[in-house]
Write a protein that binds this ligand. Structure first.
Ligand code: PHE
Length: 357
């Protein structure tokens, strides 16, 4: 019995006296380790008579638990103290200016979003948003893609798992569903710009499964193709910062616009750099068209009263063209060296009057 008391008081004293985690562990091993004193006492149980064991068993177990609890408690205290000490050496004065080598940079996609928003903002467009996880109705049906229409297949859609009886959900394949969300929640006249992430199952040097689009939508009385053309030509001139741009609208098909057109601009290639505006080659830069009467009707707008145009463009490619990045993949690799090289100073907000880039 006296053994138990001596060992306990000695052990507790040693535990209390341990000044760091290492010496605490040494005490633990000396008492509770395989060859430790407490373990040694536990082993004597085997040689006892059943009666002795009945008496000593609970006492020894209790000793073992008390010592183990004391070790744990001391460990927590020491760990807390170590953390406090570490935190005390790691204070950060948020009022200090950043070290120049640590200044972050805006990703070119963010920069281009801001530039596009500044240009259309000047023309009276407001920014609108919609969810990345979209339902089938907003992404396809309301946009006049009939059920089973082959155009649905061309989008390489990522389908979400649908709960039994639930609404089928997809990762939106374009920003056009924001047209629907806007027209069902606002009354015309409407001028919105919807930047966002879109998703298609595609992966090579010029396609990534997630990419960025900007959608534009105008719904007013008496809107026609001339407005669409003027607006987009003005945009291209402002965006590429050129005085003039030769553009053409080539007939195309989108289920949600009629007529539909892809916009091409003339460009020249000088070595590796591309100059937009004039030259001997055409480059496609966006899809557009007059909003299909069915789409207006699906949103409760009378096509005899209101007309409109819409356009959609890939932001990643516009950034590549304007800032000369040859490959799309590093966009999504989060390499700070790449961002430092191609990125933009965060405090220079683009504006049409103050300069875009
Ligand atoms: N949503 C189309 C696409 O992703 C682009 C587009 C938008 C075309 C609006 C016409 C009008 O390809």
């Amino acid at each position: 019995m006296s053994d138990i008391q001596t060992i306990e008081s000695e052990a507790l004293k040693a535990i209390d006296g341990a000044s760091d985690l290492q010496s605490l562990d040494a005490v633990r091993v000396a008492e509770l380790g395989k060859k430790g004193r407490v373990s040694g006492l536990m082993k004597t149980l085997g040689k006892m008579s059943p009666k002795e064991r009945q008496e000593m068993g609970p006492k020894l177990n209790a000793l073992k638990n008390r010592v183990a609890d004391a070790v744990e408690a001391r460990k927590t205290t020491l760990e807390d103290a170590a953390l406090e000490a570490q935190l005390a050496t790691e204070t950060l004065d948020m009022t200090l200016p950043p070290k120049p080598e640590h200044v972050g940079a805006l990703h070119p996609v963010t920069q281009v979003f801001e530039e596009v928003a500044a240009i259309f903002g000047d023309m009276g467009f407001a920014v609108a948003e919609g969810p990345d996880i979209e339902d089938d109705w907003h992404n396809f049906t309301a946009l006049n893609f009939p059920e089973g229409h082959p155009a649905r297949e061309t989008h390489d859609t990522f389908f979400m798992e649908t709960p039994e009886g639930g609404d089928p959900k997809v990762l939106r394949t374009h920003t056009s569903p924001v047209q629907i969300r806007t027209m069902t929640s606002q009354k015309p006249p409407i001028r919105i710009l919807a930047p966002g992430r879109v998703y298609r199952n595609d992966w090579d040097a010029t396609h990534t499964p997630m990419f960025h689009q900007v959608e534009g939508l105008v719904i007013e009385k008496g809107i026609h193709m001339g407005h669409l053309k003027g607006c987009l030509v003005d945009f291209v001139k402002a965006f590429f910062e050129v005085d003039d741009v030769e553009a053409r609208f080539r007939p195309h098909f989108f289920p949600f616009t009629e007529p539909s057109a892809e916009m091409d601009v003339k460009y020249t290639k000088k070595g590796e750099t591309i100059e937009i505006g004039a030259g001997d080659r055409w480059m496609e830069i966006l899809g557009s068209g007059m909003v299909h009467p069915n789409v207006l009707r699906n949103c409760g707008i009378d096509p005899d009263e209101y007309q409109g145009f819409a356009f959609g463009m890939g932001i990643d490619r516009l950034a590549m063209l304007k800032y000369g990045m040859p490959d799309l993949r590093p966009y999504f690799e989060a390499d700070p060296a790449w961002t430092r090289h191609y990125g933009f100073k965060p405090w220079l907000t683009p504006s049409v009057s103050g300069g875009l880039s």
